[in-house]
Ligand binder design. Sequence first.
Ligand SMILES: Nc1ncnc2c1ncn2[C@@H]1O[C@H](COP(=O)(O)OP(=O)(O)OP(=O)(O)O)[C@@H](O)[C@H]1O
Ligand SMILES: [Mg+2]
Length: 256
Amino acid sequence: MHLQLDRVSKVFGEGRSSKLVLEDISFEILPGEFVALVGSSGSGKSTVMRLVAGLERPSAGAVLVDGRPVRGPGSDRGMVFQKYSLYPWLTAAENVAFGMELQGRGRPEIRERTAYFLEVVGLAGSASLYPRQLSGGMQQRVAIARALAAEPQLLLLDEPFGALDLQIRESMQEFLYQLWQRTGLAALLITHDLEEAMLLAQRLHILAPRPGRIVRTISLASERSDLAHLRVSPQFLELREDLARTLRSLDGALGA
Ligand SMILES: Nc1ncnc2c1ncn2[C@@H]1O[C@H](COP(=O)(O)OP(=O)(O)OP(=O)(O)O)[C@@H](O)[C@H]1O
Ligand SMILES: [Mg+2]
């Protein structure tokens, strides 16, 4: 799929209490591309995600999938949120199966695909466990398996690892990177973690707050066999410091 945001603005509220949250956002994701959007809290990242998901409509401009305006949610776009969005009363397998049941797939197919995607995220042995019996990282892997099982063409990830501690976060970044390499799925990662965006994305947009707008776009080298090595490489650290300075100046300028 080809996703395009063409001069998208979003206003919430009306009249005097109206608020411009996004201004003139344009970017695109081509099939198989991994794009990240980085910005501080309140810069409108989740609003961008909700527009792409079809949960909100733009106030101006257009959100296009293969040239057609997005009119609502669709199984072509799979979502993973920061907060664990699993149903606590369903097992890992039942959570993965849930979306496919809504799609009206047959039982044998659902069973087979559930087993396959739990295997993909490394949780084949945890199929019958409930969310409370899983760690945060495992729960997010179930959420990713659930999104993948619906066969999306674009994976939308809104702070997917935001609630995880640093060590699990790093292994989940590694996991997501391997997954993306294996599946060739297009992805939009929304994060306030600059390093995470730099490690995973091929292209990164920096969002300035109030109103949210893209102030810098960076293409990143696509060769990265080893994330742990990349994290500490001199060019990576230099670019990270440069971009961190940009982010700090945006917050500083607005007194946030
Ligand atoms: N439905 C809504 N009605 C009114 N204002 C909204 C609505 N949704 C978001 N906003 C406002 O839009 C701004 C951007 O919110 P958004 O959730 O997109 O930011 P964010 O970058 O995802 O922040 P965070 O990093 O904290 O998740 C905020 O000021 C928020 O209060
Ligand atoms: Mg958000």
